[in-house]
Design a protein around this ligand. Structure first.
Ligand code: FES
Ligand code: FES
Length: 208
């Protein structure tokens, strides 16, 4: 067993952990923080995403024993944080979840985007969230929710965010350009929707 001292959601804790125990199991089974979900357990789906020292990390790929001195923030640990409150509201308003399995990890990654990249555009949001898989929504509601919060969040709310990760000084252009796939330019019926929002309509008759 390895002794670790770490901070989880603002609380300092000491624990003894098996060297092979990953952080997600430690959070769920020993700390009873079951908001961190486990999907693939091999770093692919992003359901287990938490903030580790302010940056998103896969809890299923992180050994708890390696977290001595770390600052961990799970989806339960945001309290009245205004940015996370905005995200929760926007996810609900934009239908950004169905079964909700991906939602804790998605919220953590989205929080990092709105905190760190105030100028992120839609392709950048898609790229930033590409490590979080959702089997239900088709992603459009998720992107709409993050877009809405990016437009509405204030600099004060970003500055008061719980994570110490630095904010990009000049919007979305803070890393080498990665080619992105252009989103379809379908016109929206509603002015609130981004231009890439598409609604498919079809009719069919059923014979008697
Ligand atoms: Fe960790 Fe899927 S459970 S990435
Ligand atoms: Fe079901 Fe995303 S809402 S997996």
């Amino acid at each position: 067993m390895t002794e670790v001292t770490l901070t989880i959601n603002g609380q300092r804790i000491a624990a003894r952990v098996e060297p092979r125990t990953h952080l997600a199991d430690f959070l769920r089974e020993e700390q009873r923080l079951t908001g961190t979900h486990l999907g693939c357990e091999q770093g692919v789906c992003g359901a287990c995403t938490i903030l580790l020292d302010g940056a998103p990390a896969r809890a299923c790929l992180t050994f708890a024993a390696a977290c001595n001195g770390a600052d961990i923030r799970t989806v339960e640990g945001f309290g009245d944080d205004l940015l996370m409150a905005r995200l929760r509201e926007a996810f609900s308003a934009e239908h950004a979840l169905q079964c909700g399995f991906c939602t804790p990890g998605m919220l953590i990654s989205a929080y990092d985007v709105v905190r760190r990249l105030p100028g992120a555009d839609e392709p950048r949001i898609r790229r930033e969230l590409s490590g979080n898989l959702c089997r239900c929504t088709g992603y459009m509601g998720i992107i709409a929710a993050v877009t809405r919060v990016l437009a509405e969040a204030t600099a004060e709310e970003r500055a008061a965010a719980v994570t110490p990760r630095p904010i990009a000084a000049a919007g979305a252009g803070d890393e080498p350009d990665i080619p992105s796939v252009a989103a379809p330019s379908l016109r929206s019926a509603s002015p609130r929707r981004p231009s890439w929002w598409a609604r498919l309509k079809a009719r069919f008759g059923v014979g008697e």
